[in-house]
Write a protein that binds this ligand. Structure first.
Ligand code: NAP
Ligand code: 8YV
Length: 321
């Protein structure tokens, strides 16, 4: 009798390429995201791997006694309780690097759109206002001569910096500690950097330490000519403070790909002409999402074939199965 296929849990919606790749080799068991797992005891006992895009709770890990590996879709894995996984010897993997270029491109697009109002200008043309009213109003800001502070200089932050170089802007950064071999000015505090720069690009993970760190003080330090771009997590921005700063003119413009309570975006944010807002699409191209899907699937395949995960997160460092 052939040995039964290893059971892999699919939590919620998953990129079709992950499912196509895994389907031949594994017994895929689908469950609803954020719900009770609804598996009978026998099935729960058989689950040895999981793929997820979003949340994977400690309680779900506890309900799956044979679970060895959770492959998370995305480089940010804040939805997965990785410390709990570590305490149980479960490996968590994410999808680093394959999306760096796409996300960095999006940061630059948001920056140009926030400074120059290209989306609003295109709407002006499409609405026939060029004909009826004449030229689109001059944009109050320019990228020229700006001093950009990067809040985060990791895999994606460094790619954003690489793209900023040819724009001839000054670049500085804030991280928890100075990065060796980096020539940009380092600021040990976010507030200190916000006081020095006029443009802030956030690309940090969602952690207890980054919660609402872009607050009223930081926004006011950026000033009325200041531009904020966030391509990390909405968690990092105090959205009430941001709305107040846009309302009062304490900040000049904003470009956001991520929000505090996605997909809900505060209604007042939509009213500001100096806000350019995207629905969390920084990595959302067919080639990049395919590369992310391949990394998710290959982490599961490699773990069960060779006993080593390709891209484990730091909390659950690679070990032999
Ligand atoms: P990474 O390589 O781990 O870089 C994270 C950076 O954040 C590092 O430079 C780190 O520097 C810094 N950092 C971490 N905690 C900090 C803190 N408390 N204060 C200051 N700096 C801190 O991660 P990545 O691959 O660049 O991705 C970054 C994040 O972007 C992901 O976690 C994800 O949430 C988000 N993201 C969003 C999208 C999107 O679709 N919008 C796509 C991809 C990623 P130190 O360790 O030196 O502090
Ligand atoms: C994805 C992301 O949108 O990689 C991340 O951390 O935020 C994005 O690339 C998300 O993970 C997939 O839904």
């Amino acid at each position: 009798m052939p040995s039964p296929k290893t059971a892999v849990l699919v939590v919620g919606k998953m990129h079709s390429r992950v499912l196509e790749t895994l389907n031949d080799r594994f017994d895929l068991v689908q469950m609803e995201a954020n719900g009770n797992h609804g598996l009978d005891a026998e099935t729960a006992k058989r689950i040895r791997g999981a793929v997820v895009s979003g949340s994977f709770s400690a309680a779900l890990m506890d309900a799956l006694p044979a679970l060895e590996v959770i492959a998370s879709f995305g480089v940010g894995y804040d939805g997965v309780d990785a410390r709990h996984a570590a305490s149980k010897g479960i490996i968590v993997t994410n999808t680093p690097d394959v999306l760096n270029d796409e996300v960095a491109d999006t940061a630059l697009a948001l920056l140009l759109n926030a400074a120059r109002r290209f989306p609003q200008a295109e709407n002006w043309l499409r609405q026939g206002r060029w004909v009826s009213e004449g030229a689109f109003p001059l944009s109050p800001f320019s990228l020229k001569g700006r001093h950009v502070g990067l809040y985060g200089l990791g895999r994606i932050g460094q790619e954003i910096a690489n793209r900023l170089e040819p724009f001839k802007v000054k670049i500085s950064y804030h991280t928890r500690s100075r990065h060796e071999g980096v020539s940009y000015d380092y600021y040990p505090t976010l507030k200190g950097m916000a006081e020095a720069v006029d443009t802030l690009i956030a690309i940090v993970p969602k952690t207890p330490q980054t919660h609402k760190t872009i607050d009223a003080e930081v926004l006011s330090a950026l000033g009325p000519e200041g531009i904020l771009i966030n391509v990390g997590r909405g968690w990092t921005v105090d959205e009430d403070a941001l709305i107040a700063a846009l309302r009062s003119g304490a900040i000049g413009a904003v470009g956001l790909d991520v929000f505090y309570d996605e997909p809900n975006v505060p209604a007042e944010l939509l009213t500001f002409p100096n806000a350019t807002l995207l629905p969390h699409i920084a990595s959302a191209t067919v080639p990049t999402r395919n590369a992310m899907a391949d990394l998710v699937a290959n982490n599961v395949i490699e773990w069960f074939a060779k006993g080593v995960a390709l891209t484990p997160v730091p909390e659950t460092p690679s070990r032999q199965r």
